[in-house]
Ligand binder design. Structure first.
Ligand SMILES: C[S@@+](CC[C@H](N)C(=O)[O-])C[C@H]1O[C@@H](n2cnc3c(N)ncnc32)[C@H](O)[C@@H]1O
Length: 444
């Protein structure tokens, strides 16, 4: 089988700083067990002690540089995780994250010849491995994720999927795992070559050294999926500090490159800034009151853990029995702080136009969002690229003047309304409840 040449470009994995929160909270014993090492052993590494000590994969850059690996014989094993009280289910392969809208995602790429594919959010590799299996024509798979644990989980699944569905004599399959934020997609794909030299790469840009032709992937991608937000691994591992159900350090960073931790936001930001994110990112009705309570609590001592934050928020007015419409009163506050810590909306705003530019004509971009703030950014970016939103002219035009040209149409919207999960999926996987899938196709 001429299957897996695995190039793991683990950009960013080395830089996981020992977090302020973990230092201050004195949380040093993450409950993750794994089979080999990731990140901590990467060049210049040594970070990640607090949260990711022991997170593993054989996908460290040293462990798996480009080579002619037979995926079935050198299949890395996925890490074993001990999870908190949020963990209710796993997907059919036993992975700790159940992918949402799987049927609809496969459907939207069904008629696309997916030779070059980018997964912006690999997570546990559920969508990724299904797409690799369903598209044996796939030659290049580039998978982004900021979380080293996602790489550890996704890599063996993608590798195994390729090994299962490729035969001897098939064209080689290349897997590039990129440990970077998807907001860097433009740069990363511009620096990533397309297929190997035996492919149909034209000879416009010959590589002087080897005489081979090289061409960047950017502008040549047939399909991109971005399944936004957090994974079950974030929510279900108390030591990541995303969940108010289990006590853990106030961390909430999706990966080592996050601009700040939840601890930094909660303890360092001025009251007005906290109030603003509670209102805008959390859509929290009681934003002013909750921001004040956080500031009052932290005046006594820093708020170090998720349960200390829940205690600081106190009882929410008008919420009886601890929940409002089935939603825990801390939900919106936690969402707001998480979005701020990871600058999630800024990353999406940068990445969507870059992803559209990265597509080849006929290529498709599919994005799954989980709340209205994300969906609004995606919807607006798609509608702009489809020429449905006129960008503001620099000056007003009078009726008898020649009007400004209509906005260029670079994509077609595959469906006007977002695709949502059916009742049966929501019953199986409650996280599908708020998922919305939007798809656009690049025009020639
Ligand atoms: C909902 S999960 C994806 C699950 C995946 N589709 C699967 O089937 O397992 C989202 C993943 O995206 C990653 N992520 C979130 N924001 C990111 C960003 N800006 N850049 C790169 N990865 C990101 C998270 O670390 C998480 O692993």
């Amino acid at each position: 089988m001429s299957c897996v040449a695995t190039a793991v470009t683990a950009r960013g994995l080395a830089a996981w700083p020992t977090s302020r929160v973990a230092r201050r909270a004195g949380v040093h014993a993450p409950r993750l067990r794994a089979s080999a090492r990731l990140g901590n052993s990467s060049p210049g590494g040594g970070g990640g002690r607090a949260i990711f000590a022991g997170v593993s994969a054989s996908s460290s850059p040293e462990a798996s540089s480009t080579g002619d690996a037979d995926a079935s014989s050198s299949r890395p094993s996925a890490p074993t995780l001990r999870r908190g009280s949020n963990a209710l289910q796993s997907d059919e392969d036993g992975a700790p994250h159940v992918p949402v809208l799987m049927r609809q995602v496969l459907e939207c790429f069904r008629d696309v010849r997916l030779r070059r594919y980018v997964d912006g959010t690999m997570g546990a590799g559920g969508h990724a491995s299904a797409l690799v299996k369903n598209h044996p024509e796939m030659r290049v798979f580039v998978g982004f994720d900021v979380d080293p644990l996602a790489h550890a989980l996704a890599k063996p699944r993608v590798t195994a999927a390729a090994a299962e569905t490729r035969r001897d004599g098939d064209a080689p399959f290349r897997f590039d795992a990129v440990a970077a934020n998807f907001r860097e997609m433009r740069r990363v794909l511009s620096e990533t070559p397309t297929e190997a030299e035996d492919d149909d790469v034209d000879a416009e840009a010959p590589d002087g050294e080897t005489g081979r032709a090289t061409r960047a992937l950017f502008g040549d991608v047939d399909g991109i999926l971005m399944d936004l937000g957090v994974s079950s691994m974030h929510l279900d591992l108390p030591e990541r500090g995303f969940s108010f159900n289990d006590d853990g350090p106030l961390d909430m960073r999706m990966g080592p490159g996050a601009p700040r931790s939840a601890f930094d936001v909660v303890n360092d930001w001025p009251e007005e800034a906290l109030a603003k994110i509670l209102r805008e990112y959390g859509e929290e009705k009681h934003w002013r009151l909750l921001a004040r309570r956080i500031c009052e609590a932290r005046a006594d001592a820093p708020i170090k853990t998720t349960h200390e934050l829940v205690a600081a928020l106190g009882k929410i007015p008008g919420v009886k029995g601890g929940r409002s419409g089935g939603v825990h009163p801390a939900t919106r506050t936690f969402q707001a702080i998480r979005i701020a810590a990871n600058d999630e909306l800024g990353a999406i705003e940068e990445a969507v136009p870059a992803a559209i530019d990265a597509l080849a004509p006929g290529g498709r971009l599919a994005i799954i969002t989980f709340h209205s703030l994300e969906d609004k950014i995606v919807k607006t970016a798609f509608r702009k690229a489809a020429g449905l939103i006129q960008t503001q002219p620099e000056r007003p035009f009078s009726a008898w003047e020649r009007q400004p040209p209509p906005p260029p149409k670079r994509v077609a919207l595959v469906s006007r309304k977002p695709v949502v999960a059916d009742a049966e999926e929501v019953k199986r996987n409650v996280r599908a409840r708020s998922a919305k899938l939007r798809v656009c196709e690049k025009l020639p």
